[in-house]
Each structure stands twice: as C-alpha cells, then as structure tokens.
Design a protein around this ligand. Sequence first.
Ligand code: SF4
Length: 401
Amino acid sequence: MNKQMIDNKRHVVDIDGIKVGGGPVVVQSMTNTDTADAKGTAQQIYQLHQAGSQLVRITVNNEESAAAVPEIIDRLRAARCDVPVIGDFHYNGHMLLQEYPECAEKLAKYRINPGNVGFGRKRDSQFEEIIQVAKDLNKPVRIGGNWGSLDQKLMAKMMDENAKSPSPLSSGALIEKALIDSVLQSAAQAESFGLPADRIIVSCKVSSVQSLIRIYQNLYQQCRYALHLGLTEAGMGNKGIVASTAALSVLLQQHIGDTIRVSLTPEPNQARTAEVKIAQQILQSLELQSFKPEVTACPGCGRTTSEFFQVLAKDVTEHMEQKMPEWRISHPGVKDMNVAVMGCIVNGPGESKHADIGISLPGTGEKPTAPIFIRGQKSHTLKGDNIAGQFIDILDEFVKN
Ligand code: SF4
C-alpha cells in the first residue's frame, strides 16, 4: 500500500509515545460514560483501544470526574492497556487541573476550547492557569474551536470590523474566519505563556462538510501546528458515516489532518467502537494505512445463487476480524492481504486472480464448483456442501504459510 507522504512542515506532538504530526494519521475516539464511574470508563477506554483507537478522550467536567481519573488510569495500566488518555475540559478546567494534581499528572494531554475557557476579564488568566499546568507537567494541549461555542468576544469584534469593511464577508465566511482566528490566537497566546509549538494541536470542528473542508485548507496554510481533524456532530447512521467520510477523505487526500475522530451519534444498540472502525476504514480505503485484510466482494446480481454468496462474504470478513488480534502478532503482514469473494464467472476469476487469495462462486445454473486462486494461480477447485468451510481453512493455511 502507498504510505502517507511525510509532511515535514507540521510540528510533531508526542502524546505519551504516540506521535501526532507529519507522519501516519492517528485514530482517536471519545468515551460516553460518566467519567466519575471509573470502572465503566476504564472498560470503555479498553474496548476502544482494543478496536484500534490510539488515543482516547474522556470528559472531565466536574470534581467527581477529576477525582476518578487516577483510578481510571490505574485500572488501564493494571490491564496492560497503555493507551494515552486525554482530558476534555470546559469552563472549569483551570480549577480542576490545579485542585486535582494527580488527575493533571495522569492525563496524557488536555483539550480546551478557546470559547469555553472563561468569560470576561477572567478568560485570559484562566487560560494562562491551564497552560501553566501543561507547561509544568510537559503535557500537550489541543486548542479545539467548535462552531457551537465560538469565542463571543472575538466574534463581536470581528462583526464590528466586518460591518465597517468596504468588502464585508458573508456571515458564513465570517464565522469560518472567526473560528480559525480564535484557535490560532489562542495557540499564539499559549506559546507566549511558554508552551512550545510542538505541544500544541489545533482543531476547528464544524458540522458542514464544505465548511470543514474550507476551514481546514485555510488552517493548514496558516499554521504549522499538528491538526486534529473531524466533522463534529456528524449525525446518526448512514448520514453521519457518509458525511464524515466525504469531508475527511477530501482533506486526507491533500495530507491535511494528523489525527482523526469520526464523531457519530450512536444508534441505541450500536457499539461505541463503530467510530474507530469507520475511521480506520477511511484511512484504509484511501490507502494511507492498512489495519486489516481488505475483502473485495462483488455486489451480487441475478446470477448469484441464493444467499450463499453474501453469507460467504460475511463469514470470511467476520472470520478475519476474529483472527486479527492473533494474526497482528503472529503474521503482521496479513493486514496488507487482499481477499476476493466473487459471485460468478463473469468477473469472479479475474478479480480473484488480482487478489492474494480469491474464490469465484458458481452462479445460478453454472456448475457447482468454485475455483480458488492464490496469487494469480488457480490452486483448488471446491465442490460440495461445505465450500465456505473449505475456503476458510485454505485461507488460514495461506496466512500461516
Ligand atoms: Fe453478478 Fe457475477 Fe458480477 Fe457478481 S461477478 S455482480 S454475480 S455478474
């Protein structure tokens, strides 16, 4: 697979050993548990990390949450889970980080929003207090602006200036500019308080695809900070997945974005880990990174025999997902493997020959035999009632050898 082009212009931020900036894109996610529930939060962080999340963020919204952070981290380390945990602070971060020093120490990074640090004259001093803690403890900080919580003082000033301008910006363009200016001014302020640029990550999250693309293209041009990328409040189900994929793909293709989060509103029964798998699939589909074998399956049509073809494609995909934790250690190269499961002889043999290993099933009315191709050569012809089981055995043997 092609690896992402190295962008030497970005600052590289080290988050407890995970490097963000200029190299492979880092996948991250966020819990939705009450952080004060240390056991439940640690369990969810563990699950997200097992699914592939390289960084996990938790909300630290009150004293109970701040007090629970040390136990959360201790539980993870006892379970041999070394994922860096990020604390998300709004309004009272300055107070919690100072009054709960063990929380401040155990978190790997802090996330603050320039619009939610404080109000009025206290804003700057509270921001400085947060940066001072980060500086003293060598912690990186993400300065993450969000459309829903713009810095109101800055916005009012910009609206005033815009009204007097001979060529005023539209309200949409003004908000986009305000968001970028807000995070970059706060990042510059953090640097003026002594936090080095390689401990700062910035983000400007919005929920509109086109706006996100414009904002990040501008942000990328205007700074060298590592960029956290994500479409915020992307929504539920297909809408959220498609909108996130559309926005992130355009930007990642231009090498914009050093760490990503897919922010989905989960369906009632949806696993929290879904957002991690979608983020990985976006990176894998763009051939920026590989995480697991790719299954090429035809869409099926009137030539496929009943549901057997779909069942086989699903069984093969699930089998490989189950095997991946073991294969990742015993056969690391397997993540680059390509497996084809094709429905009939029309495109089946051709696609199967291009894959590392492929099966072309018999279509309706065709002979009930299924040729297997390994690295372009026909290796077996399967017959009988257990074609799926035989193929999975051959697949396992192929990986082993
Ligand atoms: Fe239909 Fe065969 Fe093409 Fe699959 S490979 S879509 S079954 S014609």
